[in-house]
Design a protein. Structure first.
Lengths: 132, 220
């Protein structure tokens, strides 16, 4: 599958590398080229400089041909905006959005975005560990 | 009218002041405690410290009864989310967002923001108006009607000088509304009005026929 990942932080870089190992065609987009150092040296995908809330930058990154778009920048609002562009402007079949703020996450999930709140997931995980 | 303003920068600050002067009930949301303190010291308790993109913050300030939310932070993505939360979580009837990237106007409308104001476009238009050689400048754009009110200056070299309005082959979607001559009072032109050098023409046009109007008036 063709996957576009926005944000090459720890999670973005790791996900890119895992999907690359599984044989997917991965493109990573970040507005700071320094963050590409996190990608492993044997990374077979593409790493592109660009701002994911800009339609032109997304086009250049090939969003029109993508099967999956994942937003993993540090900013909830940037993720939300880029995911809505991916979904509503470019009709990417599957769009995944990381949103730290649980309330915001619930709202955008209700609006039809596929969302994950690491805050909720991690707190739940800790609770299970501590209570077991 | 209860209005919430998000973002206490220069724009938010001046908007808050203007709306308060008009007698509205206004609350400004600002994350930075120092900015909040400055505003509170000057204008009283009209500033609330908090994130205007957070549903919880918006609930605390009674966004449910707000008739309007205006998001004027410097980041388009923050303004978008603030307007969307106000709209979808709190049913605010009218949301207005400042945008810096003019391309976002179409996207924001599609995503439910009622009005966008592109500060970049406004500044560009204002500067163009001051460039004396610029043949056509936008005075006002009425998006809903797909109309623009424009200002065209007739240069002395233009072949339209001396021609009457009916001989100009203007696109039929365009109307000349007013002529402001170099000297004397402004007047409403008729079919028989002849254009003079240095006339300033205020016209109403559709977006599509703007170029045709410009050519007809400049006589090229």
């Amino acid at each position: 599958m063709k996957v576009l990942i926005m944000g090459c932080g720890r999670v973005g870089a790791r996900l890119a590398s895992l999907l690359d190992e599984d044989g997917h065609e991965v493109t990573v987009l970040d507005n700071d080229v320094y963050s590409f150092r996190r990608l492993p040296s044997n990374f077979g995908g593409a790493a592109l400089y660009g701002n994911g809330i800009n339609e032109e930058a997304l086009k250049k990154a090939g969003i029109e041909e993508m099967d999956i778009f994942v937003a993993l920048t540090q900013g909830d609002n940037r993720n939300v905006m880029s995911c809505q562009i991916a979904k509503h402007v470019f009709n990417v079949p599957r769009v995944m959005c990381r949103i730290y703020d649980p309330l915001r996450e619930e709202m955008y999930a209700a609006l039809g975005l596929e969302t994950i709140s690491p805050t909720k997931v991690f707190a739940q995980l800790l609770r299970e560990k501590l209570e077991s | 009218m209860y209005i919430i303003v998000v973002g206490g920068g220069r724009l938010g600050y001046n908007l808050l002041k203007a709306l308060l002067n008009e007698g509205h009930e206004v609350l400004l949301l600002e994350k930075d405690p120092r900015i909040c303190k400055t505003i509170t010291d000057e204008m009283g308790s009209v500033c609330y410290r908090g994130d205007g993109c957070e549903a919880a913050t918006l609930a605390e300030v009674g966004t449910g009864r707000a008739e309007m939310l205006v998001a004027v932070t410097g980041d388009d993505e923050d303004n978008l989310v603030s307007c969307q939360v106000a709209k979808h979580k709190h049913n605010v009837p009218r949301t207005i967002s400042r945008i810096r990237n003019p391309q976002n106007a179409v996207l924001f409308k599609k995503l439910g923001v009622d009005v966008t104001v592109s500060t970049t476009d406004l500044i560009l238009e204002a500067i163009e108006r001051e460039v004396p050689t610029h043949p056509l400048t936008h005075l006002l754009t009425i998006d809903e009607k797909n109309l623009a009110i424009v200002d065209v200056k007739i240069s002395p070299e233009s072949t339209s000088v001396g021609k009457t309005v009916k001989d100009l082959s203007l696109p039929k979607e365009s109307q000349l509304a007013l002529i402001i001559p170099d000297e004397g009072n402004a007047y409403v032109p008729t079919a028989g009005t002849a254009l003079k050098a240095d006339d300033q023409i205020i016209a109403v046009t559709t977006m599509e026929t703007e170029e045709a109007l410009k050519s007809a008036l400049r006589g090229m």
